[in-house]
Design a protein around this ligand. Sequence first.
Ligand SMILES: Cc1cc2nc3c(=O)[nH]c(=O)nc-3n(C[C@H](O)[C@H](O)[C@H](O)COP(=O)(O)OP(=O)(O)OC[C@H]3O[C@@H](n4cnc5c(N)ncnc54)[C@H](O)[C@@H]3O)c2cc1C
Length: 535
Amino acid sequence: MRGPLLLGALASLASCTALPSPRNSDGTHAQVIILGGGIAGISLARSLITEHNITDILLVEARDELGGRAHTETLYSNATGQSVTVEKGCNWIQGPGKEPILELAKKWGLKTAPQNYSDVSWFQGLGIEADGARGHFLDDAEQEEFMAGYDNFLENAPGYSTWRQNNSLVDLSVRVATSIMDWIPVNPLQLAYEYWNIDYTFAQPPEISSFENAFAQEAGIAEEQDDFVVDQRGYKYLFVQEARELFGQELDDPRLRLSTTVKTIDWSAAESGGDIVVHTDCGSFSAPHVVSTFSVGVLQHQDVHFTPRLPDWKKEAIFTFGMATYQKIFLLFDEMFWGDEQYVVYADPDQRGRYAVWQNINAPGFFPQNTTNNIIMVTATDTFARRNEELSDDEIQGEAFAVLQEMYGADIPQPADILVPRWTLDPLYRGSYSNWPLGALDQHHANLGQPLGGGSSWLHFTGEAMSADSFGYVQGAWDEGINTAGVIAECLSGKCPAAEAFEALTTCAQTGTALARRGPATRRGHGRRARGVRR
Ligand SMILES: Cc1cc2nc3c(=O)[nH]c(=O)nc-3n(C[C@H](O)[C@H](O)[C@H](O)COP(=O)(O)OP(=O)(O)OC[C@H]3O[C@@H](n4cnc5c(N)ncnc54)[C@H](O)[C@@H]3O)c2cc1C
């Protein structure tokens, strides 16, 4: 039972905010309508208003709060009456181009702790059949044995990838690349080590992730420090505070339409310069510039309908990219029975990635120790995470607790509370973040972010997935909001740069075709920076 959640549930039943906008008599028309109040939506609104002086906007968000995948939840103990806030979504400041987020963290005094991935213990488990028997924690010599060779691969991966690209060789899956580079995991410990280094970052297995686009460049900056947000105000605080600077402390500006769910986007008139109409459960809104910030998962599930249907090249792009599932399961205990290390990795002999990565949220420097709020978080990904989403909290708790008992003994106390996020079942997200799969070309990625329309009326697509530099990261969303604001500002000043899409991708050399004589520029194709390992 999580007491404070009840308030959230009641609040989300609140009806649409249907106040008239001061700029329009009935508040249903604007120059720009932003769909989604996550990080990209907030950054776009901020950039339009403060950098381009475009104030005639509406921001439409289905939930009753801003932040999107920057989302906190509360764990609560009946026994102690204590509660604690945890990050259901993004948790680390990490990855390429994270500097703007570090600046925001500094500006708003966000509390973080440095993550040390070397501070990890390894456990050889007995798996689901353990039946009371226990595996063992590995000593240094045992660890070195199964890790042998992988660090070599990690170090050489960026160079090998660059060499392949310079020689116009095709992209590989991460699985094929590791095999060519002679790291072939066979036993449960090697498979757990691979999971820790690959799936725990991309939330998809090495058979799916692209070596060139998703992995090799990440490996290049794997040593950079990641900061784990431990602030009880939440990661979202950064973005909500930025929004407050635009929409007031109470976020009661009529341009903000919370609790308003988009159902259909009618862009039928856009190519002839007519307004785009957005139909919601709280009425219809129109604008010459409408921006979707919805996740690739939402676009894939067709939770929002487009009239007319999206062109084939756009659908090909949307369905080519991956929407991964990264599930952080939090278990709250009234007392701490585990050690001080930041991580424990459990190697299951039967199922790779089954309750594998356990993180100590009360490690020194993280959440306070010697309190009744002690949290251990286990991460599940991909098919195992999606299977978990179908189970009840009690079933997950039973399974996870059995693994903890194997590691720490049968006498450990029962959890006081559990949080099991269900990102993929949620129609507002349909997954956790995008991943670049083997087979997705740069042109697919360019098409993903290309706008639709013509002349002075455009339906734009932005959000984390549209970032070639840092898709899947907070800064990807933040940067893309700013980029899209720049494109809209140019268009509104009558200088839309040319838009182009790759309408038919063939195995031959590709040339873009013009979508319209004047429109937002393609902003893809610049060199992709190395990405950091996500944890
Ligand atoms: C579990 C998890 C862990 C992560 N970990 C990290 C991390 O540690 N570090 C990191 O950098 N990144 C991490 N990320 C990724 C990061 O959170 C995202 O890249 C970023 O938050 C995406 O922001 P966005 O604005 O592009 O999309 P979103 O946050 O998805 O914003 C879209 C908004 O649209 C709204 N919406 C959807 N459908 C509708 C509709 N029909 N009508 C109206 N509104 C609608 C949604 O409610 C949402 O607010 C993680 C994500 C998850 C889920």
